[in-house]
Structure formats: structure tokens, C-alpha cells
Design a protein around this ligand. Structure first.
Ligand SMILES: Cc1ncc(COP(=O)(O)O)c(C=O)c1O
Length: 346
């Protein structure tokens, strides 16, 4: 068997132990004579799996009791619509801090359902920094403030949680479970699964219970968080296979020493990569040092026009940087994009 080091955009690598467990379990899950994809989601075994996934996730992130953990489908993109539909009434204003393309997309989606005030926008410097919090133009009565703690494409990560007394809504798709987080500071945390949780097809939403009553009642049942909270996320047939893999990943994370231990690994790996880029005179990382992402590291030519295609031979010049990094960091042969390259370390 040959496994590559997969640092591509899109779905991320799963731990080999998890894949091996899946392979062993697949034809005959828990002696049922069926795969997990074929059993009833209402059966005892699957209900136990769902309860364990909830409990392990709560333990990993120290989720307070007054929060619900939901597993809808639809990915993070669906949550970009569910946030305004569950937290605002038509005519309400929601604040958005836009530090990258995902935050921009979330603000664009919310505009269909409520008034959006872009409180800060880092597009003036090509999403390479986080505007200082004191410069944000927040509204007086915002229904909530939305931001993206890790912008996957720009490689910009918040190393602080914004202040304020309106509910904070965070799209943590690309840094959930990569570091400890004080869940009690947030109204809602959401994340697509395919980076740090498991396969695409399931989504994680952590929502403070007092916010569950705010949904628009003319909303579709599946677009209301409370529908999931009231049904243990079985409001309709759930993505059982993705949920099963998420449960295995949560257990794997726990066995690694939990989120605290994973955070140390991520800090070590990313600082090696940044050190190599900083030492290079060929590549540079364009992101302000205080908000460099531990998950996604873009690097561009230090001294070249910012547009145009790399030739394959030029892209191979990336290897001197990559060779100094330990094997757990480096991955597939360099892929060719426009002038930017990126290593994803999920
Ligand atoms: C920060 C962030 N938000 C949203 C998305 C979109 O997620 P999904 O494809 O699950 O809708 C991604 C995908 O990579 C992401 O990184």
C-alpha cells in the first residue's frame, strides 16, 4: 500500500488508524452483518455511536452544558444561510468581519436575509491582515457578529476572540479542533467536516441554547437549528457513514492527548514551515506575522509578478523549502496554481 502526503485544498487527509478501522468494520459493523451505512440510524448501535460522538466532541472542546451540538448536512456553506435565518428577523442588522473569501461569501449569503454591516474588510490588502479590533465599525443593535477565525485560502488566523456582547458566530471549518477554544465566548460555532472532522456530508454546529428560539418560523424545517437540537440531529435520515467516521476521528483525537496536544503539534509543524519560507529568498509568506495561520500556509514568489502561471520547473524550486520540513509536513509534488502556493496541514 502506498499513501501520499495529502496537503491539497478541499477534503483533508484522515488518520491512517481511522482508515484501517473503517476497512475492518466495513462489511460487518459490530457483528451486525451489515456496514454502518446499511443499519438503521434509529437502532441501538447507531444511537450509541451518535451519543458517543456528542460526548467525545463535548469533552474535546469542553463544550458547556447550555450548548447543543448538532450534526446537520449541507456543509459550512449551508450554515452561512442558516445563521441569518436562525438569528435575525427581516430588517435586522448583522455585523460581518471579512478577512478572506469565506467571510466575504458568508456576508454575501446573509445579505439575502437581513441587512449586513461589513464592520471590517481586509480586502484592501488582499486579505493578508486582520484590521485592529478598535477600528471595526460595529452596529449598535447587531443581531450577531460573524467572522472566520481561520481563512483557509488567505492563510489568516485570529489568535484572539473578538469582544462584545452580541452573539459571536464563527465559521471554524478549517481550524476546529486544531487548538483549544473557549466555547462559552461564542453564540454559534459551525464547521464543515472535511478538514478536521471527517468526510464531507456532515457539518458540526455548536449553538448556545438560548439562541435556539430566534429562528424565523416560516423557515424550512431543515434550516432550523432547533429541529436538530430536538431530534438529536435525526430530524431526517442523517449521513450515517460520515457521522461514524467523525466519531472515530474524535476518539483518535482524544487518544492523541486531545486538542491541547494537537495544538502543540500544529504550532511545531507550522513554525517549521514558516521558518523555512522566511529563510528563503525565493518564496515569501504575505500574511502579517501576528495572524499567520497554523493550518494553511500560502507562499508566493518573493520577487516576481503576482500573476501568471508557474512553469512546472519553477514550481519544483519549492522543494528546497519543503525538504527542510519533517516528513509529516510535506506532501504531494508541488501543484501548480497561479503565483500562490499553499500547504494545508489539516
Ligand atoms: C473557512 C471555510 N468556510 C466554508 C467552507 C465551505 O465549506 P463547505 O464546502 O463544507 O460548504 C470552507 C471550505 O473549505 C472553508 O474553509
Amino acid at each position: 500500500m502506498s499513501r501520499v502526503y495529502n496537503f491539497s485544498a478541499g477534503p483533508a487527509a484522515l488518520p491512517l488508524e481511522v482508515l484501517e478501522t473503517i476497512r475492518n468494520d466495513l462489511p460487518d459493523w459490530l457483528g451486525s452483518g451489515m456496514s454502518v451505512m446499511e443499519v438503521s440510524h434509529r437502532g441501538k448501535d447507531f444511537v450509541e455511536l451518535a451519543a458517543r460522538a456528542d460526548a467525545t466532541l463535548r469533552e474535546l472542546l469542553k463544550v458547556p452544558d447550555d450548548y447543543s451540538v448538532l450534526f446537520p448536512q449541507g456543509g459550512a456553506t449551508m450554515q452561512m444561510a442558516m445563521a441569518p435565518l436562525n438569528l435575525s428577523a427581516p430588517g435586522d442588522t448583522a455585523d460581518y468581519v471579512v478577512t478572506g473569501s469565506w467571510g466575504k461569501k458568508a456576508a454575501g449569503e446573509a445579505k439575502k436575509f437581513c441587512d449586513v454591516n461589513v464592520a471590517a474588510d481586509a480586502s484592501d490588502k488582499n486579505f493578508t491582515y486582520i484590521p485592529t479590533e478598535s477600528s471595526w465599525r460595529r452596529s449598535d443593535n447587531a443581531a450577531y457578529l460573524h467572522y472566520t477565525p481561520n481563512e483557509t485560502i488567505a492563510g489568516v488566523e485570529f489568535h484572539f476572540v473578538p469582544d462584545g456582547d452580541v452573539p459571536l458566530v464563527a465559521d471554524m471549518s478549517s481550524n476546529i479542533l486544531s487548538r483549544p477554544v473557549d466555547v462559552s465566548r461564542f453564540g454559534v460555532i459551525y464547521a464543515g467536516a472535511q478538514k478536521n472532522i471527517g468526510p464531507a456530508g456532515i457539518t458540526l454546529v455548536i449553538v448556545r441554547n438560548d439562541l435556539l428560539g430566534r429562528a424565523r418560523q416560516d423557515n424550512a424545517h431543515l434550516m432550523i437549528w432547533k429541529s436538530y437540537a430536538d431530534s438529536d440531529s435525526m430530524t431526517n435520515t442523517p449521513p450515517t457513514f460520515a457521522w461514524y467516521v467523525a466519531d472515530l476521528v474524535f476518539q483518535w483525537l482524544k487518544n492523541q492527548g486531545g486538542v491541547e496536544a494537537i495544538a502543540e503539534t500544529n504550532a511545531r509543524k507550522s513554525s517549521k514551515l514558516y521558518a523555512a519560507i522566511d529563510a528563503s529568498d525565493f518564496y515569501t509568506n504575505p500574511v502579517a506575522v501576528d495572524c499567520r495561520s497554523r493550518m494553511n500556509v500560502p507562499f508566493i514568489l518573493a520577487d516576481a509578478a503576482p500573476t501568471g502561471n508557474f512553469s512546472k520547473s519553477r514550481s519544483l524550486l519549492a522543494w528546497p523549502i519543503l525538504r527542510v520540513i519533517d516528513r509529516s509536513v510535506v506532501c504531494e509534488p508541488p501543484y501548480i496554481t497561479l503565483s500562490a502556493k499553499r500547504r494545508l496541514m489539516h
